[in-house]
Write a protein that binds this ligand. Structure first.
Ligand code: ARG
Length: 569
């Protein structure tokens, strides 16, 4: 409703002598569509204008009526209710979707800014945990949403590829591992060895000393240690990349924690020069007590720098070298304090862009109601979840549509889409419960439901083509020629822009997921209420164009969420 809101805002702003943006922000959708399509509550202008809201509303209504742009303008108490002209608005929205659907979604508000989005960031030689899975999917969608709103996006995988853990990996591999098995299934095997290390180290503490010694060798650049470390990374990455490929995820940079090894001293030096470092129990820290936070540890008593120091070096690199104006971190809520500390230290280091650093936290994923934890060795392997989803999707398709060509490819798209959509459809801060029966339910609020609705629209268009009826741009119908279900669908499509903006402002893909679901519900109502190919002349042309616009909006919405949109299923 961008254009309609725009006209109301500028007309009313001129008349009342207030800012157009303030009017724009005040416009609402009335809870009952019978009241009108848009409502302007005038209460917020009462103070500045020193007038009662009903009088302001009457004033605003008058200028809107005079414009002749609207079907009806009513005053109710302090509200102005505006009924739009269905015919021209519908034609405008549909035409826009057909010509440039991306523009229907976005005004590209952030053109000129560059966002570095840190997401997925799994740890080498450990399974891709559910936290990383959530980060991957939410991160991928945030990348696409930000790009759609004008950001130049740089996707970064901050791999956990450094730390004392690698001493343990090396010891375990040399004692109990073999090359063949690691190659066959690197992530599982390396993790199995790692778990074994911890079990055996309970009785044999000398293993810990050995591991420390190997990590020291790695830090000192020892050839054997480096060779094994690099090999673990390469094998793990191969496995991660397979998953990324299936999910359609790609990164602009793999810059793991080890990348910052030679950039740490500069951070520590600067902190010291600025007088920010203090000593605490042998460690060097930045005191954050004035902000009610525990100290940010920069260098431990043994001289080793840690996670936070690396994140400081990484932030400077992203801003100074990669040219990012906005730094986005899609990481689980349990790291909230860590990022609050890092951002505060950046601010104390005089980096005013610390105000543009955002930790995008998210809730936990439960699997059939149960919590998962990597430490206890209870792991759900993402690969296995995806595989099962694809197989179940295959079975459903086999049952629903046995004649479908390309069943394997569609099953892949639908199965993966089901897992991704399930993860994105709720506010990212909420915990997600993963239940098979919900995820793949074609009639529930799921990925398959949205994909199926898209395929249904495509199938109408295919039938039209087969009957020799071309899809055209929409004719402008008389206002009363549009049925309510048609109008509600148009109304939904027209809210694509606001949905995108809210999703971007809140870094929350669920807003977009909600939008595509609402479009689906509206389309399915229209589909059941109104014959499309059975209608005649202008009405048929209009309904076909509306179907075409819906298909485009759904495909684009799915894209923004990281899902594909098969044309038949
Ligand atoms: N590898 C970390 C973990 O698994 C996540 C890294 C997030 N990104 C960052 N810049 N700290 O917990």
């Amino acid at each position: 409703m961008y254009e309609q809101k725009q006209s109301i805002a500028s007309l009313v702003a001129d008349r009342l002598g207030v800012a157009a943006d303030d009017v724009w922000m005040a416009i609402e959708y009335p809870p009952d569509p019978r009241l009108g399509d848009l409502a302007l509550p005038c209460f917020r202008f009462a103070k500045t204008l020193r007038k009662a809201p009903p009088a302001i509303a009457a004033d605003a209504a008058e200028v809107l009526r005079q414009s002749g742009l609207f079907a009806r303008v009513d005053v109710a108490g302090g509200y102005v209710n505006v009924t739009l002209r269905r015919g021209p608005v519908a034609a405008g929205v549909i035409d826009q979707a057909q010509r440039d659907v991306a523009a229907l979604f976005s005004r590209r508000r952030h053109t000129g800014r560059r966002a570095a989005v840190d997401y997925s960031s799994p740890n080498i030689a450990k399974p891709f945990g559910v936290g990383h899975l959530r980060s991957t999917m939410i991160g991928q969608s945030i990348c696409r949403l930000l790009a759609a709103d004008g950001f130049e996006v740089v996707g970064i995988n901050h791999l956990g590829d450094w730390g004392t853990q690698f001493g343990k990996n090396i010891v375990a591999y040399l004692k109990w591992g073999d090359e063949e098995t690691v190659r066959r299934d690197p992530v599982k095997e390396l993790f199995r060895l790692y778990v074994r290390f911890h079990e055996e180290a309970k009785d044999k503490p000398e293993l810990e000393d050995e591991a420390r010694a190997w990590f020291k060798r790695l830090e000192d650049g020892d050839e054997e240690a480096t060779r094994l470390w690099k090999w673990f990374i390469a094998e793990s990455l191969k496995a991660f990349e397979q998953t990324y490929r299936r999910l359609g995820v790609r990164f602009d940079h793999y810059l793991g924690e080890s990348f910052y090894n030679d950039k740490m001293d500069a951070v520590v030096d600067e902190l010291r020069q600025r007088g920010l470092l203090t000593e605490s129990e042998g460690a060097e820290v930045v005191d954050l007590s004035a902000w009610n936070m525990p100290p940010c540890i920069i260098r431990k008593s043994d001289g080793a720098t840690i996670y936070a120091t690396r994140d400081l070096a990484a932030a400077l690199y992203r801003h100074d070298v990669l040219g990012a104006t906005d730094l986005i971190y899609v990481v689980g809520a349990e790291q909230k304090l860590h990022f609050a500390q890092v951002f505060k230290v950046l601010e104390l280091m005089g980096r005013d862009w610390a105000a543009h650093c955002h930790h995008i936290a998210f809730g936990m994923m439960k699997y059939n109601g149960e919590r998962l934890s990597t430490r206890r060795g209870k792991v759900v392997y993402l690969e296995e979840v995806l595989e099962r989803a694809v197989q179940e999707a295959r079975a459903i398709i086999e049952e629903k549509n046995p004649g479908l060509p390309d069943k394997d490819r569609v099953a892949e798209t639908v199965g993966i889409g089901a897992v991704v959509f399930n993860d994105l459809k709720n506010n990212r801060l909420h915990d997600v419960d993963f239940r098979w029966e919900d995820v793949l339910n074609f009639d529930g609020e799921t990925g398959p439901y949205v994909q199926y609705t898209h395929a249904r629209a495509c199938s109408v268009l295919r039938r039209a083509e087969a009957e020799g009826v071309p899809v055209t741009s929409p004719p402008v119908l008389a206002d009363e020629a549009l049925a309510d279900s048609e109008w509600q669908l148009v109304h939904q499509l027209a809210q694509s822009n606001e949905s995108l903006e809210r999703a971007v402002d809140g870094f929350d893909p669920s807003v977009m997921a909600r939008h595509v679901l609402d479009v689906c519900h509206a389309f399915n109502r229209f589909y059941h209420d109104a014959p499309i190919l059975g209608a005649e002349d202008d009405l048929r042309a209009f309904r076909l164009a509306l179907t075409d616009a819906t298909r485009r909006v759904l495909a684009h919405g799915l894209y923004l969420l990281g899902l594909e949109a098969p044309e038949a299923m």
